[in-house]
Design a binder for this molecule. Structure first.
Ligand SMILES: Cc1cc2nc3c(=O)[nH]c(=O)nc-3n(C[C@H](O)[C@H](O)[C@H](O)COP(=O)(O)OP(=O)(O)OC[C@H]3O[C@@H](n4cnc5c(N)ncnc54)[C@H](O)[C@@H]3O)c2cc1C
Length: 585
């Protein structure tokens, strides 16, 4: 065991937290510590809550850039060794890309005791991973393409995610109207039967037939739709899901560098020598034993930086969504078949809106920023017009967003038919550093992809630790009695919170809400109110714990409050960020 002399400043902070330090051993009395600040003695202490693969709980301390693994004994906590050398020495893994896949890999790796650096050129989930349809699903439609394994594994993963992140992932019922000119009813029934049974559905209700002439399900639809089916899937806040994976990774020792781009990398024997550049131009060289290219749509661009040819391996397909004022009452979604063989989803969104998507538009060349085109908006409005009684026109659209699917190119010409499965390509040349390239994937399978990636890297990194994320809650997801009981408890403890804001905060932060709210006794204690329920207290939390660096990070990714604010309120948030940046500079 490595002996460690705690710096004086740390000793003081440990004592202040009722932790009695004697050499490597320190006793803890019941405590609940929040994260430390950015001082040289920065350390993170979580209430001892992480169960490792061996069933032991772990406490993580971070001192400067060194992470120390501490195992929980009988009322004593013992330092068992260093986790990373923390200085300028090599790390085990450099992950390029802070989308769903990169963050899942960083989390899994850090939890297995590896030292990890993740660099993200922009904001976490700033690209594809905040622009999805936000469904945790098997993909009913993929059954038509005989993708049975993908559907089965995704449905099994749906159960895992529902259990480990009940705050941000929850069940959603879908109504699928039978359209007389399209797929026959027996075909839909058969598909849904398979969907119900191949993925080990445990908690979600089964499919049932619905008479659309009666009740709320058929109410907003044209009278020509008389029968349909109702089935289960799940919904998530995609951007939060990614950020929470990054939070977990960081608390297990990973360095998460946002606004930091990989600009070059080359192998030097058994190590990668990678140069990262921050937005203000500062450069840092990182040496890593393995490099993971999780750059999503930019996987080919990053591969070229690494001198690897990925020509023909990735197919970029843009998908757009529109947001409309609420189209119908009820908390169910609709799955609408369109005449071109695709399906469009209409999903209740943010209380007052309906989210509609998506499209499949093949892209050529390197992906830049994308947006919904007038044709795509028109296409989605027309699809709604085929089903809904009320007329939907592009001028009713209040917001749009678009993302690029980095699909693995399986040679299919039709963009809708290209596989949504992922491919992990591991390159381990003799006596040279390992490279793992990620193609494709879905947010639904992000955790599982992370697990498989680490299983693959086990051999080249000589890693012993096994998989652990299947039962580990995402931060805030440890809600023992379920989400509703948690919401009730918060409502009782903080009677000054209520209605949609209470629900939003409980959903976004789960059991971490206590850290967000701190010792606030009233709404006023949360500081400046920017509108739509966003306070300075929440912004401070997002800056400190979730890498929020701009108004967009807060308004459109960590939350969707941008949708609920007036332009003046949004400007207020942007101005406050700019002012804070000037003060910090
Ligand atoms: C329209 C649409 C709808 C979808 N709907 C669903 C759905 O409902 N359910 C589902 O399961 N899946 C869905 N998906 C798929 C899912 O969103 C993607 O598979 C997933 O988000 C891809 O994540 P990623 O990490 O590979 O890519 P990204 O999220 O794009 O992350 C890649 C990151 O790499 C960064 N990067 C690039 N170059 C560099 C560099 N040089 N240095 C540092 N960082 C770099 C980028 O900034 C980016 O943030 C949908 C996708 C789209 C487009």
């Amino acid at each position: 065991m490595k002996s460690f002399a705690w710096p004086d400043q740390c000793q003081e902070r440990l004592r202040a937290a009722n932790i009695d330090v004697q050499g490597n051993t320190f006793r803890r009395t019941p405590f609940s510590l929040s994260h430390g600040g950015d001082d040289p003695c920065f350390f993170i202490m979580q209430p001892i809550s992480y169960l490792t693969a061996t069933g032991r709980s772990q406490l993580w301390l971070r001192l400067r850039r060194a992470a120390w693994t501490v195992e929980d004994g009988f009322g004593e906590v013992q330092l068992v060794g260093t986790h990373t050398d923390g200085g300028d020495g090599p790390v085990d893994i450099l992950v390029v890309g802070g989308g769903a896949n990169g963050c899942a890999i960083a989390r899994d790796a850090a939890g297995r005791g590896l030292s990890v650096v993740l660099c993200e050129a922009g904001d976490l989930a700033g690209a594809t991973s905040s622009n999805s349809s936000k469904l945790i699903h098997g993909g009913l439609r993929y059954l038509e393409h005989y993708a049975f394994r993908l559907v089965r594994e995704s449905l099994a993963e749906r159960e895992v995610l529902l259990a480990t992140a009940p705050h941000i992932i929850y069940p959603l019922r879908f109504v699928l109207p039978h359209h007389k000119g399209l797929r026959p009813a027996w075909f839909l029934r058969l598909g849904l039967f398979l969907y119900d049974h191949i993925g080990g559905r445990r908690t979600l209700p089964a499919t049932r037939g619905v008479d659309l002439r009666k009740g709320s399900r058929g109410a907003p639809l044209k009278s020509s739709f008389v029968k349909g089916f109702e089935y289960s899937d799940a919904w998530t806040d995609d951007a939060r899901m990614v950020v929470l994976a990054a939070v977990d990774a960081a608390e297990r020792g990973a360095r998460i560098l946002t606004r930091t781009r990989l600009i070059s990398a080359r192998r030097e024997g058994k190590l990668w020598r990678a140069v990262l550049r921050t937005r203000d131009g500062a450069e840092e060289t990182v040496f890593a034993r393995a490099l993971v290219n999780a750059a999503g749509p930019w996987v080919g661009v990053v591969a070229r930086l690494l001198g690897v040819n990925t020509e023909g391996s990735v197919k970029l397909v843009k998908g757009s969504h529109i947001v409309l004022p609420k189209l119908y009452e009820g908390d169910h979604a609709y799955t609408l078949q369109s005449a071109d063989g695709r399906v469009i989803f209409a999903i209740p969104y943010e209380g007052r809106f309906t989210l509609v998507g998506t499209t499949d538009v093949p892209l050529e060349g390197d992906p830049g920023p994308v947006s919904a085109s007038p044709e795509e908006i028109g296409y989605l409005c027309a699809a709604l017009g085929d089903y809904f009684d009320r007329r939907v026109t592009p001028d009713q659209v209040v917001w749009t967003y678009a993302g690029v699917r980095p699909l693995y190119d399986d040679g299919k010409a039709n963009a809708s038919a290209v596989t949504r499965d992922y491919v992990l390509d591991l390159e381990t040349p003799p006596d040279a550093a390992a490279l793992l390239t990620i193609y494709g994937g879905k947010i639904t399978t992000f955790r599982e992809l992370g697990e498989r990636a680490l299983d693959l890297l086990k051999a080249p990194l000589g890693l012993k630790a096994g998989a652990w994320t299947r039962t580990a809650p995402l931060p805030g997801g440890d809600l023992k009695g379920g989400f509703e009981a948690f919401r009730q408890a918060v409502a009782e403890q903080r009677p000054w919170l209520s209605g949609p804001t209470l629900t939003r905060l409980c959903r976004a932060y789960g059991s971490r809400l206590d850290i967000v709210l701190g010792d606030a006794q009233s709404w006023a204690d949360m500081g400046r109110d920017y509108g739509a329920g966003l306070t300075q207290g929440e912004i401070d939390y997002l800056k400190r714990y979730e890498w929020a660096r701009s108004a967009d990070d807060v308004l459109w990714r960590r939350t969707k409050l941008g949708l609920h604010m007036t332009p003046a309120e949004r400007t207020g948030v942007a101005t406050a960020f700019a002012a804070a940046e000037m003060t910090e500079a």
